[in-house]
Ligand binder design. Structure first.
Ligand SMILES: [Zn+2]
Length: 146
């Protein structure tokens, strides 16, 4: 198993993790011959992640529906919470944010354009624009494509 690579950001955190016996999928933590496990559930960290990912993939429609329903029922509450924070944060960090976005877009040009293509094909959350207006550039692209 090439689990060494997969562990990536899953560094051991002694308050929530421990090194237990090797799990059934053989997720070897940094070549120790043990799997990184959650103290609380005794389950392997990577197995849990895989299960979670699989659950999300298998239940995408349900999750989207749930989120849309939740948003609809709690719109006011969500907006009250998010908008002031988002705007304050944006105006306070405008230059940093713009500079970072520019840098990020340059670094990930191809990936972003692929993602955008995919995104346009799939379901678009009609509420997103209410919550977080798209950057001008994206709005222009969206308009052009319609
Ligand atoms: Zn595992």
């Amino acid at each position: 198993m090439n689990s060494k690579v997969k562990y990536g950001t899953n560094k051991m955190n002694a308050t929530i993790h421990y090194l237990g016996s090797l799990c059934k999928r053989g997720h070897d933590y940094m070549g120790t011959g043990h799997s990184l496990r959650y103290k609380k559930f005794r389950s392997c960290v990577l197995c849990s992640k895989q299960q979670h990912t699989k659950y999300i993939e298998d239940n995408q429609d349900t999750i989207i529906q749930y989120r849309q329903r939740y948003y609809k029922n709690n719109k006011t509450k969500i907006l009250q919470k998010q908008i002031p924070y988002a705007y304050t944060y944006y105006w306070e960090n405008k230059e940093d944010i713009n500079a970072y976005q520019k840098f990020y877009r340059e670094q990930h040009k191809v990936r972003i354009s692929n993602k955008l293509k995919e995104y346009r094909k799939t379901t678009i959350n009609p509420h997103t624009q209410d919550l977080r207006p798209l950057p001008n550039r994206l709005q222009k692209i969206n308009k052009r494509k319609r």
